[in-house]
Design a binder for this molecule. Structure first.
Ligand code: RP5
Length: 163
């Protein structure tokens, strides 16, 4: 994207990319300038903090954080910014994402993380929620979002069942 990114998609590992791609595809479809980074809360802590602290000044408005396992990525990011942080739990361990879901959703009072569903549906919804937040001040985006949702309704109504 050549325009200044409005949404930052951060994942704890390259192995999370397949899931976060569901968010990136929605951002692309809605023509929302975005960027994607691999930054780990425990393996690249300093770099993650530098990214989050600089996010607002670089024009980012919403951050999406996807991680598996102990999944402290979204909470650590939220601790260092007042930008909204949307957390996507990822299935990466034998606990199938329940570990990440509970970790992300159970942020202690005072530092909120908006928590989505486990995996690709949550990643897609994180992007849609980011779009809804941005659309509060962007009528053209609101129109694209309205059309996107109408298209999903048409898909349901026009669904053909095998006879
Ligand atoms: C988390 O551990 C990442 O977000 C990923 O979901 C999981 C496994 O990471 P890798 O071992 O694949 O790098 O930090």
């Amino acid at each position: 994207m050549s325009e200044k990114p409005l949404v930052g998609v951060v994942m704890g590992s390259k192995s999370d990319y397949e899931v976060l791609l569901a968010a990136i595809e929605i951002l692309r479809a809605l023509e929302i300038p975005h960027e994607a980074r691999v930054l780990s809360a425990h393996r690249t802590t300093d770099e993650l903090l530098a990214y989050v602290v600089g996010a607002k000044d670089r024009g980012l408005k919403v951050l999406i954080a996807g991680a598996g396992g102990a999944a402290h990525l979204a909470g650590v990011m939220a601790a260092k910014t007042l930008l909204p942080v949307l957390g996507v739990p990822i299935s990466a361990t034998p606990l199938n994402g329940l570990d990440s879901l509970l970790s992300i959703v159970q942020m202690p009072k005072g530092i909120p993380v908006g928590t989505l569903a486990i995996g690709k549906p949550g990643a897609a919804n994180a992007a849609l929620l980011a779009a809804e937040i941005l659309a509060l001040n962007d009528p053209a985006l609101l129109e694209r979002l309205t059309e996107w949702r109408a298209a999903r309704a048409r898909e349901v109504l026009e669904a053909q069942l095998p006879l």
